[in-house]
Design a binder for this molecule. Structure first.
Ligand SMILES: [Zn+2]
Ligand SMILES: [Zn+2]
Length: 137
């Protein structure tokens, strides 16, 4: 089976994923901007059980527009952002694309929270774009 490896900047946390993405996309939401220090991030979503993590992460929880709670996990040593999950999407976990050893293995399928995209950060005009989150499948 395909296996994708990744790690934080310092290497204290590493992981592998044995699944293909459920979805992937750019997120321009304010929480992702604040958490990453970047104008958008690219998340790649997988079934949670397909992600095996070595090393310890810390998580920060915040309320989501959905009414659920989002947890963003990061390396407690170097601060690299690694994973995300939401109580409204149980069993699914997102990985920050740049945490993979080969981020180019994944392509974005959509843009979410396009309403928060900065005017100098208009990426991927060719992708399906949602003002906030797409409707639940
Ligand atoms: Zn680290
Ligand atoms: Zn976001």
């Amino acid at each position: 089976m395909t296996s994708h490896q990744g790690r934080c900047q310092c290497g204290a946390v590493s992981f592998d994923v044995t699944a293909e993405p459920i979805m992937s996309g750019f997120c321009h939401c304010l929480d992702c901007q604040k958490a990453s220090g970047a104008p958008h991030v690219m998340h790649v979503a997988f079934p949670e059980q397909a992600i095996r993590v070595r090393g310890e992460t810390r998580g920060f929880q915040s309320p989501a527009d959905s009414g659920g709670t989002v947890t963003r996990e990061f390396c407690p040593i170097c601060g690299s952002r690694l994973f995300g999950s939401s109580t409204t999407l149980p069993g699914m976990k997102t990985v920050h694309a740049a945490a993979f050893d080969d981020p180019a293995a994944f392509s974005p399928m959509m843009t979410v929270y396009a309403k928060r995209a900065l005017q100098w950060d208009q990426v991927a005009a060719n992708l399906p774009s949602f003002l906030a989150m797409p409707p639940n499948p």
